[in-house]
Design a protein around this ligand. Structure first.
Ligand code: OGA
Ligand code: MN
Length: 212
């Protein structure tokens, strides 16, 4: 794998647009967030992990209340950790750049990032929810990065973001697109798709107490 741009290879103006959007409206969508070669490497990593049986059916909630309920979400996930794969490390570095800019300009005090690959088989969905646990409000900013290179809108699989009681937006999971939103402010859902849908989804977290 070879990348022409130096690290950090996300451009300052793009990061600045995200921060401006977060300040203005609480969410942002940016296309071509990373170079095509890196998007392809991340998609390949996600598919390889799935082929090796490492992606597991996602659970709802935390701790003892944790349960697999496919009626609510049907994706398979695996958490990413530093040092597992170059592509993942480059993604984490890009998001850390964003985290530090958000902290410098919006003072959100974001301390770290946790994220996982997610693979939705055809027909899978994730019902309307908020990215917050009842017993843990550290998740502050959600970041979803899409990995399918081609995604005709007819394939479905949109992220439906509820702006308020009357308005919602459908954002297609197009490869290279990064969607960022304030975790506590936007209920959202993933609509079913006709094709396998890949993403890297995660959360910037504030300092706080872990749940007991
Ligand atoms: C989630 C989620 C959105 C998406 O994993 O919590 O809402 O578009 N994902 O994959
Ligand atoms: Mn969510």
């Amino acid at each position: 794998m070879h990348f022409d741009a130096p690290s950090p290879f996300v451009q300052g103006p793009l990061l600045q647009r995200i921060v401006d959007d977060l300040a203005d409206k609480g969410w942002s969508q940016q296309d071509a967030f990373l170079p095509d070669a890196l998007i392809a490497a991340l998609a390949q990593e996600c598919r390889a992990r799935d082929a090796a049986g490492k992606l597991a059916t996602a659970a709802i909630g935390r701790g003892e209340g944790q349960a697999v309920r496919e009626g609510i979400r049907g994706d398979r996930i695996q958490w990413i950790e530093p040092g597992q794969a170059e592509a993942c490390d480059l993604y984490l570095a890009a998001l850390d750049e964003l985290r530090r800019l958000i902290n410098r300009t919006l003072y959100l005090g974001l301390e770290d990032f946790e994220g996982h690959f997610a693979l939705y088989p055809p027909g899978a969905f994730y019902q309307k929810h908020l990215d917050r646990f009842r017993d843990d409000d550290r998740r502050s900013v959600s970041a979803v990065f899409y990995l399918n290179r081609d995604w005709p809108v007819e394939q479905g699989g949109a992220l439906r973001l509820y702006l308020d009681d009357e308005r919602s937006l459908d954002l297609a999971p197009l490869g290279g697109r990064l969607v960022i939103f304030l975790s506590g402010d936007f209920p959202h859902e993933v609509l079913p798709a006709s094709h396998e849908r890949l993403s890297l989804t995660g959360w910037f977290r504030r300092r706080g107490d872990a749940p007991r």
